[in-house]
Design a protein around this ligand. Sequence first.
Ligand code: GLY
Length: 255
Amino acid sequence: MIRFTNAIVRLPCRNLVNGLAGAGLGPPDYGKAVEQHAAYVEALRGCGLAVTVLEPDEAYPDSVFIEDTAVLSDDTAVICRLGAPSRRGEEKGVGLALKPFFSGLEAILAPGTLEGGDVMLVARRFYVGLSARTNRDGARQLGEILKRQGMETVPVPLSTVLHLKTGISFLGDGLLLASGEFLQQGIFSDFAIVAVPAGEEYAANSLRVNDRVLVPAGFPETRRAIERTGLETLAVDVSEFRKLDGGLSCLSLRF
Ligand code: GLY
């Protein structure tokens, strides 16, 4: 499992309340989102990461979900062309923030679209969800960039989830946390699967950071299932981000 030393986050903007939402849970409470975000940053720091915190960007309601703007590998950052038109442009400031850390900067170009939430890294292999946000051309472009670095990409057709990592997370050591359509997905048949209990599907977006797994607060069965594998967990409340279909992984870029 890769050990992370850094993370980049972006503070929620007031315009967050106008973010894209499909969950039907109502708009997020901005004040509560700010508090939850601060606790999330502290959790990352508690896992040993140095966290760069970017200023809020009011032009983009969803800009707190910074993971979607880039895919990071070794010394290269791939800047995404987001699939959601209202989010296109979020990536510009992120490229600047990543520049000091990465010697190579690449970009996904039109007509390709790619969102980082659709990309799951397992060792030297990137699984790329083909979703409403990430198209085949975006996945192909990413594959070509990563191939030059000796890495492979595996496309994963999605049917129900927004992003690949909405429904599946890599916990390290050949272990996946999975829900719904991914429980029967042959592409992942070589992995040991921790199944997310029915009713707790949102917790499939948990986040392994070094020696801990961050789990969204309020999903005790999933937390226990992860702990049974011997991993240490930490519950982090992201209820306001859930209202915008966002989760623990979406809120940071880790490297
Ligand atoms: N609200 C996050 C997204 O839909 O991209």
